[in-house]
Design a protein around this ligand. Structure first.
Ligand code: G6P
Length: 613
């Protein structure tokens, strides 16, 4: 989605802004732009397409100056074009960049047009520039004018503004869309994602909803909350270093992130398991009481995070005996859910800023849940701040749009939740012994994942069989059905091959009609009590001339032959096979996408963090 970078410094800011935009590219966008104040006048460059196109324009004519704002736009109102790209100017005195949507812009636009303002874009953003111009004409400072106009703007947004009237000031505002201040020495920055600013600082202030911030030339920072009161917000040091922003030896971020999984899974487990089992307090001081009381769990998420929730349903019901409902946030928030007494509300989100998930949490707070838990990868994100309990997944920044390590660390967190809820509710001897086995298996997980990644070469060879295909079918049973869903999602996201997933038992109820030699069928076949049933389903595919690709333990006796390609996955306790079998499916979609020559890290039309509805 859209990205904001802004800077006010004692040096030229063009390089900082451009590098910031490059670091935001992973979020998905279709145009880019930058405005800088040079000798009291606004200068601007905008380009359709990649940041490299903007860079080329800047190479042809630089934008010198110490104060500037920049943006990557993901089109919502108005097509991707140079005219619709941000920043938007009003009378060459005000420049604005904006993430999110101004829902009442049509009414505001009509009012401004009636006053004689003319519009050069189809965006909702341009109204902000003109509203600001009106206020600045009345003699208000940029800070005061912003604080006034935000009360007129409906919707969710983050803003960055500069004005020729105050050439050493940047103002920002946050309402429903993330915005952080980067704290420098005698300089200050603004961005929608701290990753954009790790090149210049590792100290950040996470703005709260309704905050307006003023950054001045010597690094002075003033914040007002939604009621207009001056407030101080804590400065946090970013923990993950700047390495996350680089691909290192890897060809793509996605591949780097796939191979980081053994390490981040170990990090996600660190300090959360003792000799006796899971430490329930890892979820926060209130966790023991809430988990002991919970009779039901509702899990809400979007995209890949939703698939993690579907796995958790199998786990929580089987190992903790707690009934679970899982739903996508965009549906849940517009339903009339019936919430029984003593239900815990759980959100899953890599970013902690997904608009629908956040809205679902806010809605849930009105429905009488006993409390909310966020399982999230971004400390300080909205979801984390607004939930009662949190567990950070500690995957580190994930740059590839297709989620990989964020998913598997969510699964680790959800297994910890399963163990913690079981423990808080009380275990009998058999359950205690089962928990001990799972805990022991969790401790071996990073090592076993490392072994699974050794399949990379074999999977790369296998991927050739998909390069010319237009469709693929993924099958799984039980907790591996969501893994099949995730495998299909990965393939369609980055290779643009149409892929669908079915619980294998549903094969005869429709998808079998599609099976012929042109339809590869990928199956996750762990050695569990559903294996024999799954084998029968696979025979049904073979009998129709389908080409099977089976991920399974070698010991289960499915032979590699012409119409059945078998890839041996290492052995682990059956509770953790959904996590382990995810890795070869990630590698498969990666290699198919590389073969097809798609943009692996930034697939077309998709965004990393969906901060609009
Ligand atoms: C987008 C991303 C997905 C992600 C989904 C939910 O669609 O491209 O990778 O799974 O949003 O995001 P969240 O940050 O809430 O997990």
């Amino acid at each position: 989605m859209c990205g904001i970078v802004a800077a006010v410094a004692q040096r030229n800011v063009q390089g900082i802004l451009l590098e910031g935009l490059r670091r935001l590219e992973y979020r998905g966008y279709d145009s880019a732009g930058m405005s800088v104040i040079d000798a009291g006048a606004l200068t601007r460059k905008r380009a359709l397409g990649k940041v490299a196109a903007l860079d080329a324009q800047l190479a042809a004519g630089a934008l010198p100056g110490h104060t500037g704002i920049a943006h990557t736009r993901w089109a919502t109102h108005g097509k991707p074009s140079e005219a619709n790209a941000h920043p938007h100017h009003s009378y060459e005195q005000i420049a604005v960049v904006h993430n999110g949507i101004i829902e009442n812009y049509e009414r505001l636009k009509a009012r401004l047009e009636a006053k004689g303002y003319s519009f050069t874009s189809e965006t909702d953003t341009e109204v902000i520039a003109h509203l600001m111009f009106e206020r600045i004409q009345q003699g208000l400072t940029l800070f005061d004018a912003t604080a006034q106009i935000v009360s007129e703007l409906g919707g969710a947004y983050a803003l960055g503004l500069i004005s020729t009237h105050e050439p050493d000031v940047v103002v920002g505002a946050r309402q429903g869309s993330p915005l952080v201040v980067g704290v420098g020495i005698d300089e200050a920055f603004l961005a929608s994602d701290p990753l954009a600013l790790l090149q210049v600082t590792d100290r950040f202030i996470y703005l709260e909803e309704g905050d307006v911030v003023e950054l001045r030339g010597l690094g002075e920072i003033r914040i007002r909350d939604r009621s207009g009161r001056a407030v101080e917000r804590p400065v946090h040091t970013f923990e993950h270093g700047d390495g996350a922003a680089h691909k290192g030896e890897y060809r793509h971020f996605m591949l780097k992130e796939i191979f980081e999984q053994p390490e981040v899974i170990a990090t996600a487990l660190e300090g959360r398991l003792s000799e006796e089992g899971v430490l329930v307090e890892s979820f926060g001081p209130e966790a023991q009481a809430l988990f002991a009381r919970a009779r039901q769990v509702h899990i809400i998420a979007c995209g890949t995070s939703y698939h993690a929730g579907l796995v958790a349903r199998y786990w929580l019901e089987r190992y903790a005996g707690v009934p679970v409902q899982v739903e996508v946030a965009s549906e849940y928030r517009y339903r009339h859910p019936v919430v029984l007494d003593d239900t815990l509300f759980v959100t899953l989100s890599q970013s902690g800023e997904t608009a629908d998930t956040l809205a679902a949490l806010r809605f849930a707070k009105t429905l009488g849940y006993i409390g909310s838990l966020a399982i999230c990868n971004v400390p300080g994100s909205s979801l984390v701040r607004e939930s009662d309990l949190t567990l950070m997944t500690r995957a580190g920044p994930e740059i590839g749009v297709a989620s990989t390590k964020a998913f598997t660390t969510q699964l680790v967190a959800l297994m910890l939740l399963t163990l913690a809820m079981g423990k808080a509710q009380g275990l009998d001897d058999a359950q205690r012994a089962e928990q001990a086995e799972i805990v022991a298996a969790l401790k071996t997980l990073p090592r076993v994942c490392q072994k699974a990644l050794a399949l990379d070469g074999a999977i790369e060879a296998l991927s050739q069989a998909f390069a010319e295909k237009h469709h693929a079918l993924f099958l799984g049973r039980g907790a591996h059905y969501p893994i099949a869903l995730e495998g299909a999602l990965k393939l369609k996201e980055i290779s643009y091959i149409h892929a669908e997933a079915y619980p294998a038992g549903e094969l005869k109820h429709g998808p079998l009609a599609l099976v012929d030699s042109e339809m590869p069928v990928i199956s996750v076949a762990p050695n569990d009590d559903l294996l024999e049933k799954l084998k029968s389903n696979l025979q049904e595919v073979r009998a129709r001339g389908g080409q099977l690709f089976v991920f399974a333990e070698e010991s289960i006796g499915i032979r590699d032959q012409q119409d059945v390609r078998v890839l041996g996955v290492p052995v682990i306790h059956e509770s953790l096979t959904p996590l382990l079998y995810t890795l070869p499916l990630q590698l498969l979609s990666y290699h198919v996408a590389v073969l097809k020559g798609t943009d692996v890290d930034q697939p077309r039309n998709l965004a990393k963090s969906v901060t609009v509805e």
